[in-house]
Structures are given as C-alpha cells and as structure tokens.
Design a protein around this ligand. Structure first.
Ligand code: C6P
Length: 412
C-alpha cells in the first residue's frame, strides 16, 4: 500500500504556514507531532456536543461522554492488540506511565539487592523513576552498553540480565540514536531470569505496528501527543496478572468501590488506577488519532518513513563535517536523526535552520547519560513523520549547507 504524504499533509492545518518567510518544514516529530483536522474536530465536537463527566451521571450527555471515552480505550486495545481493554490504563503520557510502574509494581515486588536493568540510551523518563525506586528499595540500577555503531549491545544484555534481575526497562526506539531495539529478545531474557519487561514505546507506537501480546512484554508505555493525539493523554498497558496485584498510585474519586471512614475498596481494572476526573477530551481525541493512523496503516507508515530515511540519511552523511549518531546504515535507522556540524553548536545550527523555515530540536534530548556516554554535550535532531516528504528532506539538507556557508563565510 502506498502513502500520499503530500495529500495527507494538507489535512494538518498547522503545516500550511510560513516561518521566517519560508514554508514550514516541521522535523521535530520526536518531540511532538502535529494534529490532523480529524483530531481537532473530535476535540471540538466533544466540547460542543457531549461534554460531561464520565462514569457518574445517568443523563444523556454523561452517557455519551462515557461511551466515547470507553470506546477510545477499546480503540487503544485493538491498536496495540492487548487481550482486554481492562489492561489499558489512561495516563498523562509515557512519563506518568513509567512512574506508575516504578511506584506501584516497584513498591510491591522489588526488594533490597534486586537489579533493575536499563540501557545507556534511555530517556530521562525511563531512568529517573528507576533511580528513585532503587534508592527506596536498596536495589541496584544496571546499565546495558551501547555499541560503537549505536546499537544496544545484546551480548552485554545477556551478561547483565540474570537471576537478580527484577525489571528490564528499555526504549523500543531511541529518541536520539533512532535505532529499533530488540525488545522481544530482551523480554525473553527477562522472563527466563524471572524478571519483568517494561517497554518505553514513546518513539515506536506512533511509527510502526505494536503488538503487546506478540512481544509478551509485561508493561508498555506511550504518549498520545507523539502520534497525532493531544498532549496530556497517554497509555500504560499492563498484563492483568500484574495489574490485579498492584495498588493504585493515586487515590480519590472515580477509582473507588466503597469508602468507609478508615478504609476503602477499589473498583475493578482499569478504573482502580484512574483517580479523579480523567482527560476525557484527550482520550476521545486519542481515539480519533488512532482511527486516523489505522486508516493509513501502521505498516504503511513504517515503510514510508523508512523510505524517507533511505533517501535522507545518505544525503546527510555526504555533508562534509556532519556527524550522524546511531547506525549509519539506513536499514537500521528510523526517522529520528541526531547530528552535529563540526565547529558549530547545535543550538546555533537549529536557530539557523529555523531561519530557513526548518524546525529541528537541539540539546540533550532528555538523554544526558547517553550524550555523556557518546562524549557529546548536545546534538541537533531532525525527526520525520508520515506527512514529511522527500522535498522536506531536501530542504533540510539545503538549509544545513546554507548554515555551513553562513558560519564559514558570513551572509551572502
Ligand atoms: N521525548 C523528545 O523530544 P512524554 O514527555 O511523557 O510524552 O514522553 C517522555 C519520553 C519517554 N521516552 C522516550 C523515548 C521519549 O522520547 C520521550 C519524549 C521527547 O525526544 C520530549 S523530551
């Protein structure tokens, strides 16, 4: 199946604008993606027609809102192939999801001397909750190495995942190196050693098919805003076998069954974890985003983005003085491309690219341990989505060449 990116991008009103007098080329999709009209319409329609609190009222609007919100949960279930929608918890995003696992699973099951295995390429959101858990429980945090060519070192993983391992927590796709990690193999290794597997799916779920049952992971976390949905909504998938045995992280309205003076009981899954009025509009709009992505096809999106990388990466690598981090072979690199230009600070590069209408991110990308490991203080990063085109890649390359020219010789 083919994908008509030029046609699809017309469904994203924000992309149709000039930035610094140039047509916008948005290449900061790993930070957040833009929203199609269908998602904007779903948000507005909810507030215009159905706005009411969920799970409480019996009036028509309340029933409509509840139906749409729970319908969105079922869409998420289908999208990631969870066994049942009770295993799909709505959260604020990947960060909240990972914190919930560390707090709830960690407090219940991690003991002194246990090991939590992560890697050097994790996002801060998949590091700090484990640091905190390790400190609370006198557990040990263990880091899997990254190879010189930017892959997770599977040999090192085999050495480090062992009988003491309680949790393995790894990004499915790195937000800096753009590499897809062997999460199925790691899940198997974790299980063989009696541990659980947590996958940070922030950079994978928007770009490729995800099947949590096929992966057999215990938890999977992702954010709505990186997959055409709104900010403030995300998902924590967990196997029922664990969620049933875990305590909620937050307490209050919506999540209770009975409240007595000195103790209370919780609702069944998934609601026992969702205290307070949830992000109803966000959940419904995430459902609309899933409809939108599903209509294009996640495998189609994955293959299209791979074709963009096949096109863009060699052109970038051919620029004198430009270093790309992560695998140099387009076959192993996703649409997240971190790079530096010799002699220039990435913030200057990003500012110069912005002057050409090209939006990229610069900095440590919330992955300071990785950048320290790579011995670079910061990088620029271009990240593609299915609405980007080869022309966008050309604009990036041209803007980088113009930037080099500007800093070497001044304005023309
Ligand atoms: N990375 C980036 O520019 P939240 O902020 O909760 O939606 O997602 C956190 C997160 C967790 N894991 C990975 C691999 C991520 O890439 C992110 C978000 C953005 O790279 C913003 S820092």
């Amino acid at each position: 199946m083919t994908l008509d990116a030029a046609k699809l991008r017309r469904e994203f009103p924000i992309l149709d604008q000039l930035v610094n007098d140039e047509p916008l080329v948005y290449l900061d999709n790993a930070a957040t993606t833009q929203k199609p009209q269908a998602v904007l319409d779903a948000l507005t329609a909810y507030y215009q027609h159905d706005n009411a609190n969920v799970h409480r009222g019996v009036h028509t609007l309340a029933e409509r809102a509840t139906h749409a919100y729970e319908g969105a949960r079922e869409k998420v279930r289908r999208f990631i192939n969870a066994k049942e929608s009770a295993e799909v918890l709505f959260t604020r995003g990947t960060t909240t999801s990972l914190n919930w696992i560390a707090k709830s699973f960690g407090d219940a099951f991690v003991e002194a001397g246990d090991e939590i295995v992560i890697s050097y390429m994790e996002h801060h959101s998949n590091i700090i909750p484990w640091q905190q858990l390790a400190a609370r429980k006198q557990a040990k945090l263990v880091y899997i190495d990254v190879t010189a060519d930017g892959f997770l070192d599977l040999e090192d993983a085999r050495r480090k995942i062992g009988p003491k391992t309680k949790i393995v927590a790894i990004a499915h796709v790195s937000n800096v190196l753009g590499v897809i990690n062997p999460v199925a193999e790691l899940t198997q290794l974790a299980h063989e050693n009696g541990g659980i597997m947590v996958i940070d799916g922030a950079q994978s779920t928007p770009h490729m098919p995800v099947d949590v049952q096929a992966l057999d992971c215990d938890f999977y976390a992702f954010s709505g805003h990186k997959m055409c949905g709104p900010t403030g909504i995300g998902v924590l998938y967990g196997k029922r076998a664990w969620l049933d045995r875990m305590e909620p992280v937050e307490f209050g309205g919506e999540m209770i069954d009975f409240v007595n003076l000195y103790d209370s009981t919780w609702k069944e899954l998934p609601w026992k974890f969702e205290a307070g009025t949830p992000n109803i509009a966000g959940g419904i709009a995430l459902g609309a985003a899933i409809d939108y992505l599903t209509a294009i096809g996640m495998q189609t999106i994955h293959e299209y983005e791979q074709s963009l990388v096949d096109y863009a990466l060699p052109k970038l690598l051919a620029i004198d003085g430009l270093t790309v981090y992560g695998p140099q072979d387009p076959a192993h690199h996703t649409g997240v491309i971190a790079f530096n230009l010799e002699g220039l600070h990435p913030h200057d590069v990003a500012t110069a690219l912005d002057m050409e209408g090209v939006a990229v991110r610069a900095g440590h990308h919330c992955a300071q341990p990785l950048l320290n490991y790579l011995k670079v203080p910061a990088t620029a990063r271009a990240s593609f989505y299915f609405y980007n085109t080869k022309e966008d890649a050309d604009r990036l390359v041209d803007a980088i060449l113009a930037t080099k020219e500007f800093f070497q010789h001044g304005p023309i």
